[in-house]
Design a protein around this ligand. Structure first.
Ligand SMILES: O=C1O[C@H](COP(=O)(O)O)[C@@H](O)[C@H](O)[C@H]1O
Length: 284
């Protein structure tokens, strides 16, 4: 077992694209580059995807003929504990927007176990309150089990190829919430301090639905590439705070992969309207 390397992280690379179609095209080119490098090395591409506004920004991949879909192994950067066909499911968002239009086999996408008891128990409309979960070891055990099950999927996928303490994703794509959260890692939440687990659960997410699982920071910061995708004026202040303020308290600012890993920001000019951070023209 090796632990996280401790070199100084590379500074984030900021690419700001004029509009939505430029952003979507740049993201597609970037993902294909990451895909090709991974396939050259290991004949496989391990990627983790987020929900929220991200899936529609991945649709540029559908216009290309150099995506080697059969080599993709897909995980969720975070997921809400809801049925897979629920409108709040990140799996559903990604599947509907992207994978349903590709030859990717469903077995290549690692979703939550749809038959887990927790899916019924924590279904948003009938979910116990955070206080009830706080007071119930059984409910917490059930959530622990959901996180464990998902973690095992990662262990199975990565253990065969590396004996590292944390998995090395070829690419993790993240969103940035207006409060600076990413995945289901929310500002000030104790899960942000998790240093051992690969997958953690949250039952008091300030953004509904409250019950979720998420990749932890050690996993995110062990990836070979992490890229945020954020668009729109509504993200301006948060992006400014994350990239221009050296204190780095928001969850997005804590994404600083250990070298050789790197973090990239793909944003539109509306989102980067206030940031002073140096922009790097996007070119491949
Ligand atoms: O709740 C979530 O929010 C973040 C950010 O979403 P966005 O709509 O502001 O882009 C998302 O990345 C995450 O996957 C999701 O569960």
């Amino acid at each position: 077992m090796t632990s996280l390397p401790s070199q100084t992280p590379h500074p984030p690379v900021l690419h700001s694209l004029p509009g939505s179609s430029d952003l979507i095209e740049a993201v597609a080119k970037f993902v294909v580059k990451a895909q090709n490098e991974a396939i050259d090395k290991r004949d496989k591409f391990t990627i983790a995807l987020s929900g929220g506004s991200m899936p529609k920004n991945l649709t540029g991949l559908l216009n290309r003929n150099d995506v080697k879909w059969d080599k993709w192994e897909v995980f969720l950067a975070d997921e809400r504990v809801v049925p897979l066909d629920h409108p709040e499911s990140n799996f559903k968002a990604i599947y509907d927007e992207l994978f349903s239009k590709t030859p990717v086999n469903i077995s290549q996408i690692h979703a939550l176990n749809p038959d887990h008891d927790a899916i019924k128990k924590f279904f948003p409309d009938s979910s116990p309150s955070a206080k009830e979960i706080d007071e119930s070891e059984d409910l917490q055990d059930m959530l622990e089990d959901v996180a464990d099950e998902y973690e095992k999927k990662l262990v199975n996928a990565f253990a065969a190829r590396e004996a590292a303490r944390f998995p090395t994703f070829d690419l993790i794509l993240l969103g940035m919430g207006p409060d600076g959260h990413t995945g289901s890692l929310f500002p000030g939440h104790p899960v942000s301090k998790e240093s051992e687990r690969w997958i953690a659960y949250v039952y008091d997410s300030p953004k509904p639905p409250p019950v979720r699982i998420t990749l932890t920071f050690p996993v995110i910061n062990h990836a070979y590439r992490v890229a945020f995708i954020a668009a729109g004026e509504g993200k301006q202040d948060t992006l400014h705070q994350i990239l221009d303020s050296p204190s780095g308290d928001l969850p997005c600012a804590k994404v600083r992969p250990a070298p050789p890993g790197k973090v990239y920001w793909f944003v539109d000019d509306a989102a980067s309207g206030k940031t002073q951070y140096q922009k790097t023209p996007f070119q491949l």
